[in-house]
Design a protein around this ligand. Structure first.
Ligand code: PMP
Length: 483
């Protein structure tokens, strides 16, 4: 018996896991063939290592609404929704129509467009922000926000939480899911690179803290007095399942950042415009200095954004030492308000060929002003609560070791009996049980993200019937486990 009920027999989990993996192989032969071909050209056979999993990933061909179809023609109700990108659902009709016009009329100008202003205005309204800049991914958004924070404070170190994910640039690709023997003491965790190829000098600038432990963070701040430029945090740790902040925790981060003159950055790449109209800022009522967005704001088109307080964002100016305007004889330079190049590196560069391109600006504007409007959120929350309640009922009924949890339209079953409050608890998760459930559900048309560190995301195009089907299949899985 565990804290919540029966210990599921290890041999039963292994038996169902093996059977379901075999059935997966039988149903998805075309994906297996494509994977073999892909491996000859792409490391791990995929474009991003997050897409790789054993025995091989599904290759997809089409998706609409809440449905996605694989290369063998199997249809799934998609609860992965592209790692949480698709709160608008696949190819929302309003978006598809707007993008058809866009695709036929130029998708990249490297000149600004009016939709970019309107999208910036919409984001300002939702997040109570003064200024916003666009990029093309969450990685770029956090990288840029961190540079702005460093430029603003004149300090170099940042604080990142163990188990948090902020993209794949060197500063933050550390202590994502560090091995137990490398992670060090909980009150001052080691900075553990999650990849080879990250210079030691970069790692020295990233200080790790445990999530949900404000007193330990206060100790770490005292030990790094006057050196920390930014604290970057996922308001809900959504890269180790679903780990919400304890009551008052985000408020405490706000206070500590203020006491130490640190820029507080909310990484809202997963939470923004998903948890609520105004993201985690609205949901928890705590305002950061800067926030980062990506994923859902583009409705399925690549985009990133960051923004926040005028005073902080205003460090962005024309590229330091740029020959761009000088090379044009100064004529353009004098016409552009901020083109005066200061002496000394006092300005933060924020750049990118595809930033603010018309395709992503239109996609973002339509997604936010026509699809993920204020009235979309109550239904998203109601569906999510239905899915969590239904999953929890199955766990209770069958005394399975785990709990169902969601924050807004994102949730999962955490296969561990005790509540997870930070990464060190998450390590206890039953990965075999999770894998058996992933393949069992996939084989019956319920697609979850391929990893226990991710979670389901609901979209405005999911229905109650989709939710009920998920619960029904999950119940069948549970019954087989305890049979
Ligand atoms: N921040 C968070 C919280 C994320 O979950 C992710 C991606 N999963 C990123 C940043 C990076 O975004 P991208 O993959 O678009 O670079």
């Amino acid at each position: 018996m565990t804290a919540t009920g029966h210990e599921v027999s290890r041999s039963r989990i292994a038996e169902i896991g093996a059977r379901e993996e075999e059935s997966y192989r039988q149903r998805t032969r075309r994906s297996a063939e494509l994977f073999e071909r892909a491996r000859r050209s792409l490391p791990l056979g995929v474009a991003s290592s997050f897409q790789a999993y054993d025995p091989y990933p599904l290759f997809m061909t089409d998706a609409q609404g809440s449905r996605i179809t694989d290369a063998d023609g199997n249809e799934y109700i998609d609860f992965d929704m592209a790692f949480g990108v698709l709160a608008a659902g696949h190819s929302h009709p309003l978006l598809a129509e707007a993008l058809q016009h866009r695709v036929a009329n130029g998708t990249c100008y490297t000149f600004p467009v009016e939709d970019g202003i309107a999208l910036a205005e919409e984001i300002r309204a939702r997040f109570g922000a003064d200024l916003v800049r666009f990029s093309n991914s969450g990685t770029e958004a956090t990288m840029d926000a961190i540079r702005v924070a460093r430029g603003y404070t004149g300090r170099e170190k940042i604080i990142k939480f163990e188990g948090g994910y902020h993209g794949h640039h060197d500063d933050v690709l550390v202590s994502i899911q560090p091995p137990r023997d490398a992670m060090g003491p909980v009150e001052s965790p080691n900075t553990v690179p999650a990849s080879a190829g990250i210079p030691r000098s970069r790692i020295a600038e990233t200080v790790i803290a445990p999530f949900n432990e404000p007193d330990m963070l206060a100790g770490i701040l005292d030990a790094n007095q006057g050196q920390i430029a930014a604290i970057i945090v996922e308001p809900v740790q959504f890269n180790i399942g679903v780990v919400p902040p304890k009551d008052g925790y985000l408020q405490r981060l706000r206070e500590l950042a203020d006491e130490h003159g640190i820029v507080l950055i909310f990484d809202e790449v997963k939470t923004g415009v998903v948890l609520a109209w105004g993201g985690a800022y609205e949901h928890f009522g705590v305002k950061p200095d800067l926030f980062c967005l990506a994923k859902s704001i583009g409705g399925g088109i690549p985009i990133g954004a960051f923004g926040g307080r005028r005073e902080v964002m205003a460090v962005i100016e024309t590229l330091e030492g740029s020959q761009h305007f000088a090379g044009m004889g100064g004529a353009v330079g004098t016409a552009v308000e901020h083109s005066t190049i200061p002496s000394g590196a006092t300005r933060v560069a924020h750049l990118g060929t595809f930033n603010g391109n018309p395709l992503s600006m239109t996609a973002g504007l339509v997604t936010l002003t026509q699809i993920l409007t204020k009235d979309a959120y109550p239904r998203l929350h109601a569906m999510a609560d239905r899915l969590t309640a239904g999953s929890q009922a199955v766990l209770d009924e069958l005394s399975l070791p785990g709990y169902a949890i969601n924050v807004g339209p994102k949730g999962c079953v955490m296969f561990t009996p005790d509540r997870v409050t930070n990464y060190r608890d998450f390590i206890g998760l039953d990965a075999d049980l999770w894998a058996a459930s992933f393949f069992y559900l996939a084989n019956r048309g319920i697609l979850l993200p391929p990893g226990p560190d991710d979670q389901w995301t609901l979209s405005v195009q999911h229905s109650d019937a989709d939710i009920d089907r998920y619960i029904e299949v999950f119940r069948d899985f549970g019954r087989e486990l305890v049979a």
